[in-house]
Structures are given as C-alpha cells and as structure tokens.
Design a binder for this molecule. Structure first.
Ligand code: GLP
Length: 256
C-alpha cells in the first residue's frame, strides 16, 4: 500500500460505520472544542445515527465543538429537502447538541458564489485546522464535490458536477426536479489541511473507486488518491468496498 494511507476493513457496513462513529466520539471526548469536518451522503447516515444515540444516552456532547461541512448544491438551502443543510439538520444537528452558531455549511443560496467560497475557506482557516475530517467517496472517486481532474491544491470554490455524480444523487430529489449542475465544495487542498482524515466507503459500488485511490496510480483522475499525500489518512471499508483491493492489503484488518 502507498505510504501514508492506513486501511481498515471490517466485515459489514454497520461495523465500518461503528468504527468511524467511535473515532469521532473519541475525538470529541478528547477535545470537546474540536473542529470536525463533516460529510453528507447515505454512507454517513449510520454513523450519525450512532452519534445521535450516544448523545441520547448522555455519553457524548458536541456543545463546544465546531463543524464545517464539505459542500452544498448551488441554489439549495435548508428549505429544500435535498440540500445538504437539510440532510445535516435531520441526521445530526437536530438529534445532537451542537451550538447552531458553530455548525457551518457553504451557503448555496449566496448571491455572490465566488465571494461565498472565499468566505468559507477563510472561516475554516480562522477556526484553526480541522482536527478530524470525515469523507465519503463518490463512485468516480470524488471527495466532497471534487470531481476527477481537480488539482490537489484546490480550495473552496464553485464546481460543475459530473453526469455520474448528478445521476447518483438523483434519488434524493423529487421526481421531475433536476439535480443542480453546480455546487460549492471545499477543495482537495482544503481537505488535506485537516490533521486527521477518515474516509468511509461501504458497498460494492465503491470498490473500484477505493482500489484506484489506494492502489492505482495517484493523480487528479482519482481525487481520493490525494489522501496518500496526507500522512494521517485512514480508509475504513466494509468487505464489499474493499473487494477490488489485493486481499493481502487488508486480510489481517478484518474484524467480525
Ligand atoms: C455526494 C457528496 C460526497 C459523498 C458522495 C457519496 O456526492 N458530495 O461527499 O461522499 O455523495 O455519497 P453516498 O454516501 O450516498 O454514496
């Protein structure tokens, strides 16, 4: 495996999500004022459900933590059910006790999108380095909304979404409503400034993207391969998402 990338393969998607939830809980318990980088997507739902359950039991508090989400669709805000703002409100910010003033997403409704991108990047810099950045991965290897071809030193900006990314997200939109063509996203360079990065990938649909990111040639064609340059990045996969990797890379890391 390439230098700087750790790989943890767990038997099921539920076990992989539990591992990631525990890492987040540990980070917040160690430093209640930690800065988290958060992700959206179906992969994250079981992670956030476990964090919500821990909060309900009184085991965990986010009240002093700060969060920055990776991305948001241009033209959508909290009022639209498919916005990432609404996703986060439903999956995590509602169920746990974050201070609403300390949870951040790019504003997809901003009148000046370039100014909004610059504002968001500056806000991340001002909050100090993100301690733990959570990532999913797109089927084409994208992280955040950084599509193949993105420079590894890119920062928060407006991007055009690929056909495959829009198709993957279509189920979250009402029938007949187009998926936005543009989004605001942290750049790969923004993501790489985090102290620690955890990428969660579950399901066979992610297997090719995971194999390219970890074991293929690194480069902009595989945005997630940028994590190999980071030094403290971990891929957490279930067996299905790791199925295109040489088993010698992961066999010993499988737990029940
Ligand atoms: C979107 C998000 C990504 C996410 C990806 C995968 O494109 N911008 O941050 O990783 O979807 O989503 P899912 O977990 O639903 O497969």
């Amino acid at each position: 495996m390439s230098q700087g990338v750790a790989l943890i393969v767990l038997g099921t998607a539920a076990a992989a999500a539990a591992h990631v939830a525990q890492r987040i809980a540990d980070a917040v318990s160690r430093d209640p004022a930690t800065v988290l980088g958060l992700a959206t997507g179906g992969t994250m739902l079981p992670v956030y459900a476990l964090l919500a359950a821990a909060r309900q039991r009184g085991d965990l508090s986010f009240s002093a933590a700060t969060s920055f989400n990776l991305d948001e669709y241009v033209g959508l805000g909290l009022g639209h059910a498919a916005s990432f703002a609404a996703f986060m409100a439903g999956a995590l910010f509602g169920p746990v006790d974050f201070d609403p003033g300390r949870t951040h997403l790019p504003n997809g409704l901003a009148p000046d999108l370039m100014a909004e991108a610059a504002r968001y990047e500056a806000a991340i810099l001002a909050a100090g380095p993100i301690g733990l950045q959570l990532l999913g991965i797109g089927r084409n290897g994208h992280i955040g909304f950084n599509e193949p071809g993105t420079a590894f030193d890119s920062v928060t900006r407006v991007v055009r979404l690929s056909f495959s990314t829009r198709a993957a997200n279509r189920p979250f939109f009402p029938v007949g409503e187009a998926v936005p063509e543009q989004a605001l996203t942290m750049g790969i360079g923004t993501i790489l400034r985090a102290r620690e990065i955890v990428l969660l990938a579950t399901g066979a649909a992610k297997a090719v993207a995971v194999a390219q990111a970890i074991a293929g040639p690194a480069g902009p064609h595989s945005p997630a391969s940028a994590l190999r340059h980071h030094g403290a990045a971990t891929f957490v996969c279930d067996r299905a998402a790791a199925s295109r990797l040489d088993p010698r890379l992961w066999q010993r890391s499988v737990h029940a």
